[in-house]
Design a protein around this ligand. Sequence first.
Ligand code: FEO
Length: 392
Amino acid sequence: MITKEISNKVFFLGAIDWNRRLFDSLIPLPDGTSYNAYLIRGSEKTVLLDTVDPSMAYQLLDQLKEVEKIDFIISHHAEQDHSGSIPHVLEKYPDAKVITTPKGKELLIDHLLIPEKKILPVADGEELSLGDKSLKFIYYPWVHWPETMLTYLKEEKILFTCDFFGSHLAASETYVSDECRVYEAAKRYYAEIMMPFRKMIRKNFDKLNEYDIRIIAPSHGPLYNKPEFIIQAYKEWISDEPGNLVVLPYISMHGSVEKMVEHLVNALEKKGVNVQPFDLSVTDIGKLAISLVDAATIVIGTPTVLGEPHPMVTYATRLADILKPKARYASVIATYGWGTSVVEKIAEMIPHLKTELIDPVVVKGHPKEKDFNALDQLAEKIGAKHRENRFE
Ligand code: FEO
């Protein structure tokens, strides 16, 4: 049964996945997630915008029980958490057509085996009349796949954005009620999903200025009835300006790297630089991703294991590289017993990070006075770079 009408004849459907803890078998979801779908009843046509993860198709179909006809299903994004139930909806409404971008058509055929004749590709800026309501389709590629688009419902001033502006947050409220909680969830979502496409997102961001937006309706997490909150947050996240922050992911096997980390953290704080260390043996990798959104400098701490960085450091370093944060500087603090190539190996792992390498500190065995002095010098150099660039 449909229970939530967010605007005149615009209904909020979907499913809340309270217990999901991992997405793409990679991304931690400490607060679960939701798959939001929407139904618009025009005077002539009825439209469903996105669906839900196929594991929860039964919930969407239950909500649609009393809906006799759907003319169009709009697929903003072909990833299965939104498109995966389209085949079930088509089974119930065999005359419905799926509206998407041309690239979306290709992906829906590839991933969901939807018959080509069921799909209607639309052009950028194309409009669709539902009778007393009209939709405009806005291409917005790379949020976060190449086929993505948004839909603007003119009469109600609602922008449907699918993943864009979304948050992995299971919550029963319709609209954001706790901005701090949603800020963290949306930033985590941005860091893990959208950050690699920061420049593409920025390229299209001004498109939003053309629209008077009363509500942003994403397909994960609560809706925004004060859209400026999330628009402003995204403007900061996608900008090229990092904050006065060092992010320091590390592993310590016998305590030497940990001593170096403690010393460097104190030395950086004395220089007025904010620092966030992450012990990778216990950290939530999503928290590390959130910090990378603002980091100006990344310092990687590792012992040497069989000549290389610790495997958990390798994992975090590769993840940081593919997330493509805006950091400008990088360094390494490391230990070894009898031989090491950790600095060279780490440098090879970060081809996407456009960072300047600041002199690493590599220590044989337990750190000694000269090593702590070297860490003080590293903190001095980082502090100078941050001041020079006026990172705040
Ligand atoms: Fe929520 Fe890219 O799927």
